[in-house]
Structures are given as C-alpha cells and as structure tokens.
Ligand binder design. Structure first.
Ligand code: FAD
Length: 396
C-alpha cells in the first residue's frame, strides 16, 4: 500500500489456498474483520460480472476498488492509531539479521534506520516483508532454519494498449482474470490495470539486491482516484500475461539464466516491442511506444525459451482476439496500437511451511502476507496478519 496508488480488494474465492489453510468458518470470520480494516462492510458481488468473455473464461470473485485518496487516508490512520498507542515505528528502516539469543530466550533483531545501525530484542516476530524483501527474508529465515518449499515461478510479459479497448474487459470483471493451458504451460492474466476507460499507469519497480543483478521491472496500477472521479484520463491501460513454470525452473535458474539474459540486454532496464512483432504478425513496427520512457526497444521474445514463448503468444493472441470482438473492431486495430513490455516475474518467493496461525517451524516467528507464499493480495495479507495477531494475543 503506497501513497498515490489505488488498490483492489479481492474477496473469496480469490486466495483459494489461504481459504483451504484456514478452513471456511475461520476464513470468513477473518475476511470480515479484514474488510473492516479497509473500512469496507462487504464486497458487493457485481451483477455485471460475466464468466464468459468472448471465448475467455474469467474467474469470478468480488472486487472492491479503493481510490488513491482513500488509501492515503487509510495509511495515515494506521500510523496515527499505532502512534496513539505509543508503538515505536521505525521508518526508512531495513532489518538485515534476526538471531535467536540463547542467553535471554529472545530474538535479536539488527538493521539500519536512516543509515543508523540499531539492535532490538523481541519475544515474538512477525515478518511481513512482501516480495520486495524476498532475498533478505530468504537469507534471514534460512539462517534460523525455517522450513519452506520451492515456489512455482511465473514469467511473462505486460501488454499496454489504448484504455478505450480495456473498458469492455473491465466491465466484464474488474480484475479480468483468466487462466488456461496454452501449449505446454498454464498462462494467466495478472494485475489488470485499467479503470473503466480512464486507463492505468505503468510504474517502475526496482529490484535492488533481490536478484543476483540489480534490475528494474514494470508494474501496473489502475487510474482510480478521487473516489471514482478521475482527474485526468490516461490514454493507455495494461495487464500482464504469466506462464506458470514447473518446479525445475527454480531460483537458481531464475537468477543464472532469466535475470542474467535480461540484464545483459540493456543493463537490467525494461524492454519493449510492438505487439505485432511479438506475435510475428505484419504491423506498424516502430510507431507505438510504451507510456514510460526509460525502457529500450528489443525483441521481448528473446527472453523466453521456445515452448514458453509459444504459450505466451497463444494466450496473447486469444486475449487480443477476445478484446477485439468485445469492442467490435478488427484484431489489427488492437495489434497495431499495442506494445509488449517485459519481463514480468512473479511468485518467485518460497512457500513457508505454516499452519493456520502463520507461525513457522521456529516458535514465535510468524510470516504473513506475500512473504509466506500462501496467497497474494491486500485482503489476503490482512487476513494472515489477523490470524497471526490472534495467535500471539492468545499466547500472552
Ligand atoms: C504493482 C502491484 C499491484 C498490486 N495490486 C494489487 C491489488 O490491486 N489488489 C491486491 O489485492 N493486491 C495487489 N497487489 C499485491 C499486493 O500488493 C500484495 O499482495 C500485498 O501488498 C502483500 O502485503 P505484504 O504486507 O505481505 O507485503 P508488502 O505490501 O510488499 O509490504 C512489505 C514491506 O516490507 C518492507 N520490507 C521488506 N524487507 C524488509 C526488511 N528486510 N526490513 C524492513 N522492511 C522490509 C518492504 O519494503 C515493504 O514495505 C499488487 C502488487 C503489485 C506489485
């Protein structure tokens, strides 16, 4: 949750693995409390929600949108609430080590706050370090001996196209989520970033110290502000397509092969190509550019091995055909006005072995949110946080 961003809150059946871990009764109790945390009573199931979108099967789950202004005031109120209870908040702080002290039966936490070293003692630790903290978290929990399982890494592309074409998918489902096997792999749409016909932004995401190389990637955010009254329309929106890889494409492969070849192209800066050249179709190569500047034109296809590329292309073609049909325009209109930006990398953090309280195999060490690897999402992170908090409270 960042200042300036809008977010979507996705309720059950999104986050199925979290639901399975917690079991229905406990899950729904926690989801209700998590909704209250976001000042929502419930997420209305949209009547307009279609399951079939011109040949694509969209996953159906309720979604609420929280504008950038609502999110800002939520973040402020959380900070105020903690400060009013004299909770010490360290800002601009990086935790770089957690050790178990034999002498005092506590954890010793060290790190830097605004470049100043600190050392604290803690009886209980809850790590909510998300995906941006994946490498440091890996290192810290590895040293503590936390049990974890290898992830199924996903890689792919992001398609940016005129927002007027993404209004129809948005109306069908705000998250436009489909998942289907294309060729050898399952491909899913991800992080749909468009609000009505008002578009969505591309935003740089800096992965310093998280991979073996410092790389920059692009994320998307829907342009949803002022509680629904957009101040300025953005001409483009975007969504990602991800290929779910089998487990033997592991973290070692990700760093040594995928990130390395990406880094070698333009020093780890995002690359883009026209959608027509990505699909190997005739088109206006060179006339369309992404909405962000600091990226280089290069064939996105060269990042992927042939089977992965086939799956991505097939999914991309089908998505574009469905969107064209929904808008009653020729497929070429969409292909010629869209770009592919790359790469997308998701779900690369390991799954930590946790029970329904999110306590790890190390007593009093909890891991919640994305870092636990159970389910992604803002509501899902909140549900896990509440489960951990309840457990800590009942033990003290
Ligand atoms: C572009 C984008 C858009 C998204 N949009 C949505 C959406 O609309 N709806 C939705 O449900 N989900 C969305 N998600 C997913 C959602 O943001 C995450 O699932 C959620 O934020 C997870 O919460 P978290 O608390 O686990 O981690 P984060 O929100 O990632 O927070 C982790 C925090 O820990 C800090 N940290 C990490 N390591 C350390 C360390 N060693 N020391 C100190 N601090 C550390 C990080 O800097 C970060 O501030 C989106 C994700 C991205 C990237």
């Amino acid at each position: 949750m960042h200042y300036g961003d809008s977010i979507k809150i996705s309720g059950y059946p999104a986050g199925r693995r979290l639901f399975e871990l917690l079991k229905p009764e406990r899950y729904f109790e926690l989801e209700q409390r998590a909704l209250q945390f976001f000042s929502l009573e419930k997420i209305l199931d949209e009547a307009s929600c279609n399951v079939d979108f011109f040949g694509l099967k969209l996953r159906k789950y309720p979604v609420a949108e929280i504008s950038s202004e609502q999110l800002e005031s939520k973040i402020d109120s959380i900070v105020q609430c903690l400060k009013s209870q004299n909770v010490k908040i360290r800002q601009r702080c990086v935790v770089n080590n957690i050790e178990r002290s034999q002498a005092c039966d506590a954890f010793i936490v060290t790190g830097f706050e605004r470049n100043r070293y600190f050392c604290s003692e803690a009886d209980v630790i809850v790590l909510a370090t998300g995906r941006a903290g994946f490498a440091s978290t890996e290192l810290m929990i590895g040293k503590l001996g936390v049990e974890k399982e290898a992830p199924n890494i996903s890689i792919g592309i992001r398609i940016e196209m005129p927002s007027k074409y993404l209004s129809r998918p948005y109306k069908a489902h705000k998250d436009f989520k489909f998942s289907e096997v294309f060729g050898m792999f399952k491909v899913k749409s991800f992080c749909f970033s468009n609000f009505e016909d008002a578009g969505g932004r591309l935003k740089y995401c800096y992965y310093h110290d998280q991979f073996d190389r410092n790389v920059v990637m692009l994320d998307g955010h829907a342009n949803f502000s002022k509680n629904g009254n957009n101040l300025s329309r953005i001409e483009t929106g975007n969504f990602a397509l991800l290929v779910q890889l089998p487990r033997h494409f592991d973290l070692k492969w990700l760093n040594a092969v995928f990130i390395e070849s990406y880094y070698n192209l333009f020093g780890g800066k995002p690359i883009f190509s026209s959608l027509s050249s990505f699909l190997e179709q005739e088109g206006e190569i060179g006339s369309v550019r992404p909405s962000v500047n600091d990226c280089a034109r290069a064939a996105a296809s060269q990042l992927f091995d042939p089977d992965v590329l086939n799956s991505l292309r097939a999914a991309c073609k089908k998505a574009v055909e469905s969107i064209a049909e929904a808008n009653a325009v020729p497929v070429a209109d969409i292909v010629n006005s869209s770009v592919v930006v790359a790469p997308e990398v998701e779900f690369f953090w390991p799954r930590v072995v946790v029970g329904d309280t999110f306590e790890t195999s190390v007593p009093n060490l909890y891991i919640v949110g994305d870092a636990a690897g159970v389910a992604q999402g803002n509501l899902q992170a909140c549900v896990a946080g509440l489960a951990a908090a309840d457990s800590i409270n009942s033990n003290n």
